[in-house]
Design a protein around this ligand. Structure first.
Ligand code: PDD
Length: 287
């Protein structure tokens, strides 16, 4: 019995549909031994996946970047996501997909002829409620001590786990990570800043995991006539931000209203957030 999950929910493991409580992998799976694998998280509303193309394209990029070849076409992935969503019967939920290099004798180099392990599950998710949307999150800054391939959605998440734990221990909701004095991202989300009405985001490079919301916010800012600029953002600029916000598949878009113990701008969610938030809700409603 795994606590706090629906042990009876049906998951996909290497071609089979099994109860979550019964799903098992080998102790020699390279995901377990080395963190040698990748994952993605596709949100779904009312049982319908949101921006699935972007998530599956990123899954394929992650696989290619670490040289894992799977016997799955894009259409196979789509069918799997739809199938699991249907079996789950859930409305608002997230589809978690993980692929590891498979099971082999412990040896760092890629093993020959190993079949990748493919795992997929659907879990319910509670959309961020009124309190988070209206009061906003609190955050503190920490140094980004992770590796230099953050663009890969790797299951080796120790750096991100320690970053999130730093938030918990500081009594705040999230961290903003900085490398060499420049903003990278949160523990498991991207960070956005507003100055003089312009929405700013750190560059899409190896220092961050480019969220699927990068493309979405690019579209929403264009539609809403909000200037959007992607460029390095210094720690000092963040200290002087008019607005800060975060985004991820599961947090959607939320304002950060307290940063390093001080109010951000007015201390209330700002006008750019409000406009993008409304447009985000419209995009979900249009599914
Ligand atoms: N995390 N940066 C990091 C390090 C992340 O882990 C995530 C997502 C993002 C935002 O990506 P997207 O907008 O595509 O969700 C940015 C997921 C939700 C997770 O690990 O559960």
């Amino acid at each position: 019995m795994i606590p706090n999950v629906d042990n009876d929910s049906i998951v996909y493991l290497n071609g089979d549909y099994v109860r979550l409580g019964d799903a098992k992998i080998s102790v020699l799976d390279r995901g377990f031994i080395f963190g040698d694998g990748i994952y993605d998280v596709v949100p779904a509303y009312n049982g319908k996946p949101f921006r699935m193309d972007g998530h599956l394209a990123r899954l394929e990029r992650s696989l290619a970047s670490i040289g894992i070849k799977v016997d799955m076409t894009r259409a196979d992935w789509e069918a799997l996501v739809h199938d699991l969503l249907k079996r789950s019967g859930l409305g608002d939920c997230m589809v978690y997909i993980q692929v590891t290099r498979g099971v082999a004798k412990r040896d760092h180099a890629f093993p020959a002829n190993t079949t990748p392990t493919i795992f997929c599950m659907v879990s319910p998710f509670v959309r961020p409620g009124a309190a988070a949307r209206e009061q906003g999150y609190s955050a503190v800054s920490i140094p980004d001590v992770r590796w230099l391939r953050c663009e890969i959605k790797s299951v080796s998440l120790l750096g991100n786990v320690l970053a999130k734990q730093a938030a918990v221990e500081a009594g705040v909701d999230e961290v903003l990570q900085f490398r060499d004095g420049y903003l990278t991202e949160g523990s498991s989300c991207n960070i956005w800043m507003v100055k003089n009405g312009v929405l700013l985001a750190p560059p899409r490079n190896n220092l961050i995991l480019e969220g699927i919301r990068y493309g979405l916010l690019e579209e929403l800012t264009a539609a809403g006539n909000i200037t959007f600029e992607i460029r390095p953002i210094s720690q000092q600029e963040v200290d002087e931000a008019d607005e800060l916000m975060l985004s991820s598949a599961t947090k959607e878009l939320l304002p950060i209203t307290t940063y390093n113990g001080k109010p951000v701008g007015s201390g209330k969610p700002g006008a750019v957030y409000a406009s993008l938030r409304a447009a985000y809700d419209d995009a979900i409603a249009a599914l």
